[in-house]
Design a protein around this ligand. Structure first.
Ligand SMILES: Cc1cc2nc3c(=O)[nH]c(=O)nc-3n(C[C@H](O)[C@H](O)[C@H](O)COP(=O)(O)OP(=O)(O)OC[C@H]3O[C@@H](n4cnc5c(N)ncnc54)[C@H](O)[C@@H]3O)c2cc1C
Length: 439
């Protein structure tokens, strides 16, 4: 069966639904079926539903380009400013979803339920005349002189995968004047965002950044490392990424969680993309170092001095010195790692050992072995460079008529609602752009 649309949106996640809504609202000659969004997943909006632990962290009260990485900050700002946080709040308010701001600056629906966000988006798409069709996975996009032909993926009965239960005919096609590609990245591939979008973009002439990797992902350490004995401990800490020469590349201070496999929590998730990127850039050369400060704000020299001063006060142990600053369990584990008796008088500690302990407390080099991969990543770093898109329409500079938005772009944000704000802003620009660009 061949379907026709003015605008075809590939992917009905956050960015694709937003693009569909605004394309529908912006079309001058709006008829049913003018905007058709297709999605390969049998269950729509999986990421919206799992986001924020099911509560969906829709945005952040203070969004600017400094919270993102990937393409140039200037290019990211140019898109973000076209649909800011106030407009996100207003949009959801109009659709009956009130957002509340939490202490961290994150905005959640007052319902604390991602389903209300997803339902509002689906209802808004319907009201805007956009049709959402699924499961309808695009296998190939062909550009012709009249527009685009989208070819539906064939049924693969042998795969056994739920996302491939496509009950369609091999010849299913969708013809459209313009296409918005909103297929997401590669994180949480079982939701349907498995990277095929990168291939679709490449086939239409785009480049994909040389490095594409999991972002906002927990980091791993050796199984038998003493740190794993602190599994379950959460505390505020500073993570600092250093180039082999010692230059500071990135730093995050936030809640840090030790787990049985390594480290997680906002500081680690935010840092993960910088660590992986620096490691990939270093390739076979000396690797970057990720150091952990268990006592944010405390410098190595100040700690060394404090340990020395405590040593002069007879009988003071490191356990006593750090009482009230760090949990006893944590101090004991750090001391074990540093080979120091936590209960012994600091006055008896040789200078070299004292330095080792000060380093373990304030600049502990983490033995990172890797990350937990796309299965556990909340975002994807890398994608289509924004330099290949026009910021006022997200239209391709390479393939006219094609617009690209969302996580498929080379933009990834910090933890806290920044990735959805990128999806809303870039989806809005792409949707309006596709509906209002002539020729
Ligand atoms: C566990 C988890 C929690 C998160 N929590 C938050 C949070 O609280 N706040 C926040 O801001 N961000 C969060 N994120 C990140 C956020 O969900 C994403 O950045 C955002 O969903 C990206 O939107 P998108 O529309 O670009 O891509 P996606 O949401 O990935 O949607 C892409 C859609 O395209 C479809 N698709 C892919 N390929 C094809 C194809 N070939 N044909 C047809 N359809 C296709 C997929 O099925 C999917 O539905 C979280 C992510 C994860 C994994």
């Amino acid at each position: 069966m061949t379907k026709r649309a003015e605008i075809a949106v590939v992917g009905a996640g956050a960015a694709g639904l937003f693009a569909s809504i605004w394309a529908g609202r912006s079309l001058v000659d709006r008829r049913a079926g003018s905007v058709v969004a297709v999605d390969g997943a049998s269950k729509l909006g999986a990421k919206i539903l799992v986001a924020g632990g099911g509560r969906c962290n829709v945005t952040h009260h203070a969004v600017d380009e400094s919270a993102y990485a990937g393409s140039s900050r200037n290019a990211i700002r140019n898109v973000l400013r076209r649909f800011d946080v106030a407009r996100t709040v207003e949009f959801f308010h109009e659709r009956g979803v009130e957002l509340k701001r939490e202490e961290t600056g994150k905005l959640f629906p007052v319902s604390d339920d991602g389903q209300t966000v997803l339902q509002a988006l689906l209802d808004a798409a319907r009201s805007a005349g956009a049709e959402v069709v699924h499961p309808w996975r695009v296998a190939r996009i062909e550009r012709t002189e009249h527009g685009f032909v989208l070819h539906r993926a064939a049924l693969e009965p042998s795969s056994g995968s739920a996302s491939m239960r496509v009950e369609g005919n091999r010849d299913d096609r969708l013809l459209a004047r313009r296409v918005v590609l909103a297929t997401g990245g590669k994180s949480l591939p079982k939701t349907g965002s498995d990277g095929l979008g990168f291939e679709l973009a490449k086939a239409l002439g785009h480049t994909i950044t040389p490095r594409v990797f999991p972002a906002l992902v927990p980091l791993t350490i050796p199984k038998d490392h003493w740190l794993t004995s602190l599994s379950g401990v959460t505390l505020p800490a500073t993570l600092e990424l250093r180039a082999p020469g010692g230059k500071r590349l990135a730093s995050f201070t936030n809640s840090t969680l030790v787990t049985h496999f390594g480290l997680s929590g906002p500081s680690v998730l935010d840092m993960s993309r910088y660590y992986t990127d620096a490691k990939m850039i270093a390739a076979a050369g000396p690797p970057p170092v990720l150091v952990l400060n268990w006592l944010p704000g405390e410098s190595l020299d100040a700690m060394d001095g404090a340990l020395a001063a405590a040593g002069r006060a007879r009988g003071t142990s490191v356990l006593r010195l750090l009482e009230g600053k760090l949990a006893e369990r944590v101090v004991r584990a750090i001391c074990t790692g540093a080979g120091v008796d936590p209960g012994a008088s600091l006055g008896e500690l040789p200078k070299e050992k004292r330095r080792v302990l000060a380093i373990a407390l304030t600049e502990f080099p983490l033995p990172i072995t890797g990350d937990r991969g796309y299965l556990f990543a909340e975002a994807t770093a890398g994608g289509v460079p924004l330099a290949e898109l026009k910021p006022d329409t997200m239209e391709s500079r390479i393939c006219p008529g094609l617009h690209i938005c969302g996580e498929l772009c080379d933009v990834d944000g910090r933890v806290g609602g920044f990735n959805f704000q990128w999806a809303w802003a870039s989806g809005f620009v792409a949707g309006v752009g596709a509906a209002t660009t002539s020729a």
